[in-house]
Ligand binder design. Structure first.
Ligand code: UT7
Length: 333
């Protein structure tokens, strides 16, 4: 019997038009372009400014971009997963709204949140549905409107994050392409170092909480940085070793774009050449669930059928991991 693997067969993306540059941030908080560039690699990020538009707006645009590019009928999509840390609302799934708006009327849908590892973990979920043989068209969207939980007077967080979305379609593959292996981990003792404390079930949002900016994300940057460097590199090494891969047969590293120095450290740990490391943090900053699919979108034209791609991420929780995937198609451009 032929083994069914789960391959990515299409990519879509969307970022909002408004560009928040380091120069503009210099006018908002006590920071400067030199500090931001040398410490993070970020030059600018995109922000969704329109009143009343949330993460679903970004998700819908990215999904529509994929649907147009691939020329698929949205009625054939069976499952829509929106990986996000910033859902539109509580108690109403962003994925359900997204699915309806893109015309995926025969799909079921749900949100999933693993902070900055949401898309990586979502890849595992989407692939499992395909590998089970139950579904043949799974749309995974990574979307976050980070600007909705960022305090633009806190220079430790506002320089890092941006808004955006990316989407991928998973389909069955009989050539052995697609997701090959995964190494995924969590450690809940890390949550105190990166969180938006108020507005959830532990501490509902009150006027008092809002007065101290409790709805915004804060992080103890140095602790998060150290854990990200260690764990992302460790997961990447493990996935290479387990699959007998060396730097020679890795074509690409697609690492979560949180800080250029974390990405460089991961690449250096496996001695990977710079030209194999996907980078777009300078353009978008950290878009949380959208970093990995935005990388795929930016690099899609360079990817070749059979390329070995290592995905890696680290995020709030803490949670992290790495996925080994064989690319399934040559660029249609
Ligand atoms: O997506 C997953 C979650 N997030 C991450 O992975 C982010 C991980 N952390 C980081 O990327 C880095 O820790 C930051 C970029 C957030 C900060 O960089 P850092 O090198 O760890 O800086 P720091 O927080 O240790 O601060 C160094 C100095 C401090 O000044 P003193 O105490 O040395 O005088 C800060 O007050 O830089 C100062 N500083 C700034 N200066 C200018 C902090 N933020 C800024 C800023 N502009 N925006």
């Amino acid at each position: 019997m032929i083994k069914i693997s789960a391959a990515i067969t299409a990519v879509g993306a969307y970022v909002p038009e408004y560009v928040l540059t380091n120069q503009i941030l210099e006018t908002m908080v006590d920071t400067n372009d030199e500090w931001i560039t040398s410490r993070t690699g970020i030059k600018e990020r995109r922000i969704l400014k329109d009143e009343g538009k949330g993460t679903s707006y970004l998700a819908i645009k990215a999904a529509q971009n994929l649907i147009d590019k691939k020329g698929i009928d949205p009625k054939t999509i069976e499952l829509v997963i929106v990986a996000t840390a910033t859902p539109d609302m509580k108690a109403a799934s962003t994925a359900s709204y997204t699915a309806s708006q893109i015309g995926a009327v025969n799909a079921f849908s749900f949100d999933m949140d693993a902070a900055c590892s949401s898309f990586l973990f979502g890849m595992s979920i989407a692939a499992s549905y395909i590998e089970s043989g139950k579904y043949k068209n799974v749309l995974l969207i990574g979307a976050d409107k980070m600007s909705s939980i960022i305090n633009y007077t806190d220079r430790a967080t506002c320089i890092i994050f941006g808004d955006g979305a990316g989407a991928v379609l998973f389909e069955p593959n009989e050539e052995g392409l697609g997701l090959q292996d995964e190494y995924l981990r969590s450690d809940g003792t890390g949550r105190e170092f990166l969180q938006a404390t108020y507005g959830g079930s532990s501490f509902p949002l009150t006027p008092e909480a809002m007065a101290i900016g409790g709805q915004y994300a804060f992080q103890e940057g140095k602790t998060v940085f150290k854990n990200a460097v260690f764990n992302m590199a460790d997961a990447t090494v493990k996935i290479l070793e387990r699959n007998n891969l060396t730097k020679e047969n890795v074509n690409w590293l697609a690492a979560h774009q949180a800080n250029k120095r974390i990405i460089d450290a991961t690449a250096q740990r496996i001695e990977l050449e710079e030209e194999k490391v996907m980078i777009n943090i300078h353009k978008y900053g950290n878009t949380t669930s959208a970093t990995l699919p935005l990388l795929l979108s930016d690099y899609e034209s360079q990817l070749k059928k059979g390329d070995n791609i290592i995905f890696a991420a680290f995020g709030g929780g803490f949670n992290w991991g790495a996925i080994y995937l064989k690319w399934a198609y040559n660029s249609r451009n």
